[in-house]
Design a protein around this ligand. Structure first.
Ligand SMILES: [Zn+2]
Length: 306
């Protein structure tokens, strides 16, 4: 029998985390100055995002674009209800996060051993071992942790990730005390039926909120988001201007453009709390700074100067 999609009261809102300052800028050769990053984060705050991932506590020799995350957190104008978060991949990063006074972090492990070794110099099991220690340290200091799984669907090096592996990581991260699980299609290789199957099973093994981080390499980003929304997912990551990618995955393209995601949900009558006109202004500013077309349908169609 065909499943009926019924809209309930809680379906009328989705939570979108903005990722351009981290996932976006880490992939750009044009290095943004600290002042430009502060201005970008402040502009995104003005758009109404409930959470913004502003940077990463990772090795500055490997990802120099993220080296000034501490300074950025000191300088941004904290506004309204916005939560500011940063990416962490190991214990050292968690030490830096705790010292910065940040209240929320995303700790990511990879479901793919080959990607884990490239991204963190750690096997997937060693990375999980570090996660255990780092998450417990963060939780004991009152920092909220999102537990993320990179390559939760398909890895360019290992192919389709076995579902059992993903469920094992979801359960392990949940037991560690993370407040939210993030499933990342880091290389943008997942298709909608795969997203549906994985999300259905993940929602059966954890009771904490689950969010999705979907890259748009094959143009499936929004379709995958819609498939996940149909299964009850209400939290998504997106990136202004569709910026993003993984420095250690050559095939990865940008995230779903935030303006496209906001437009999708608002068109369906699902509130995002985000101002689309303000967001388009920020995307236009990024396009000017980067001096190239961006991976954003809404910006391309509606973001040209009059
Ligand atoms: Zn990403």
């Amino acid at each position: 029998m065909r499943k009926q999609v019924t809209i309930t009261k809680t379906d009328h809102r989705v939570f979108i985390e903005e990722n351009a300052p981290r996932d976006g800028l880490q992939n750009e050769a044009a290095v943004f100055s600290l002042e430009e990053k502060v201005s970008l984060v402040d502009s995104l705050t003005q758009c109404g995002f409930p959470r913004i991932q502003v940077g990463a506590f990772v090795d500055p020799r490997k990802v120099p674009q993220m080296a000034d995350t501490e300074k950025l957190l000191e300088r941004i104008a904290r506004g309204g209800q916005t939560i500011y978060s940063a990416l962490v991949l190991n214990e050292r990063g968690m030490e830096r996060a705790a010292a910065s006074g940040i209240g929320h972090v995303s700790f990511f492990v990879s479901a793919s051993d080959a990607h884990s070794r490239r991204n963190t110099n750690l096997s997937a099991e060693d990375a999980l071992h570090q996660a255990r220690k780092a998450v417990s340290k963060a939780v004991s200091r009152g920092i909220s942790v999102q537990g993320g799984i990179m390559n939760a669907f398909t890895c360019p090096f290992e192919g389709v990730i076995p579902l059992e592996r993903v469920l094992y990581l979801v359960c392990t991260l949940t037991e560690m005390g993370v407040e939210e699980i993030n499933l990342a299609d880091t290389a943008g290789l997942a298709h909608p039926l795969q997203v549906t199957r994985v999300v259905q099973r993940v929602l059966q093994v954890t009771e904490i909120p689950v969010s999705l981080h979907l890259h748009d390499s094959l143009g499936f980003g929004l379709v995958n988001a819609y498939a996940a929304w149909n299964e009850g997912i209400r939290r998504f990551d997106a990136s202004c201007g569709g910026l993003g990618g993984c420095p250690f995955l050559p095939q990865s393209a940008g995230n779903i453009a935030s303006e496209d995601m906001v437009n999708l949900f608002e068109s369906m009558g699902v509130s995002t709390g985000i101002s689309l006109p303000r967001l388009v202004e920020v995307a236009r500013m990024l396009r000017t700074k980067l001096n190239r077309p961006l991976w954003s349908r809404y910006l391309t169609l509606c973001g040209s100067p009059p």
